[in-house]
Design a protein around this ligand. Structure first.
Ligand code: HEC
Ligand code: HEC
Length: 193
């Protein structure tokens, strides 16, 4: 094959759906079993299952391992996570990381969302940058509000290991602005499209 044809072939392969990529079809096939709760390709349509599309692969793997080891509170994921090997989890983490997150409209109070925005900038944006859109530290912007409520409860009540230094910031925002700060932050994340 001449070089131009070779380049063209590579370009075509890059456009092909998932099957042509490194982890093979199995990661995608495994991910189908998650769709019932997490939505097609990881963008959840219901408020109690979080969206996992676009999730940072390391955060994804950490979450699955924490579920497997019962280190993180869960209603269902502890049982589900135990059914997958490390390699399968790695494969799914790469699959979901590539899926664009579809943020769905959620009912929120614009005044609270504005307050939440200011609090986020001061206390949370250092790690959850771009207003919580940057997925390195989990998905906040556009995540389902009831899920965020549960996950904050889990940290605060010690049912989920706190990321280093996040505890200090959450405690500070609650101490300085009261419980209402939590609601405001959640409205801010829920307001983002
Ligand atoms: C029966 C519904 C259901 C199925 C099926 C399911 N999940 Fe979940 N998932 C949840 C719920 C609900 C949570 C929140 C934690 C909990 O309550 O267990 C969650 C949480 C997660 C999280 C943590 C997200 C975050 O933001 O930290 C990851 C990662 C995840 N699931 C991955 C998967 C993968 C991968 C599959 C498929 C192999 C899967 N889930 C299948 C319901 C489900
Ligand atoms: C020092 C860095 C850091 C700071 C500051 C921080 N976080 Fe986090 N946060 C993380 C990391 C890393 C995760 C990823 C999940 C994990 O490791 O548990 C996370 C996860 C979360 C989650 C769970 C998301 C999910 O998918 O379940 C919520 C909610 C959250 N943070 C809220 C906040 C809020 C609100 C603030 C500010 C008051 C804040 N964080 C400040 C690092 C930080």
């Amino acid at each position: 094959m001449n070089q131009a044809a070779h380049k063209l072939l590579l370009a075509i392969m890059a456009l092909l759906p998932f099957t042509a990529t490194a982890e093979g079809p199995s990661a995608q096939a495994l991910a189908f079993t998650c769709a019932g709760c997490h939505g097609t390709d990881g963008s959840s349509v219901g408020p109690s299952s979080p969206s996992i599309a676009g999730m940072d692969p390391e955060v994804f793997v950490d979450a699955m391992k924490a579920y497997q080891a019962d280190r993180r509170n869960s209603t269902i994921m502890n049982r589900i996570a135990k059914g997958y090997s490390e390699e399968q989890i790695q494969g799914m983490s790469r699959f979901f990381a590539r899926q664009p997150l579809q943020r769905r409209p959620q009912q929120n109070d614009p005044v609270l969302a504005e307050q939440g925005k200011a609090l986020h900038q001061e206390y949370c944006n250092k790690c959850h940058s771009e207003g919580g859109r940057e997925p390195d530290s989990g998905i906040l912007a556009g995540q389902w509000m009831p899920y965020l409520e549960f996950s904050l409860d889990d940290y605060i009540e010690g049912r989920r290991p706190y990321p280093r230094k996040m505890k200090r910031k959450v405690e500070a925002v609650l101490k300085e602005h009261g419980e209402a700060a939590r609601t405001a932050l959640i409205h801010y994340y829920g307001s983002q499209q």
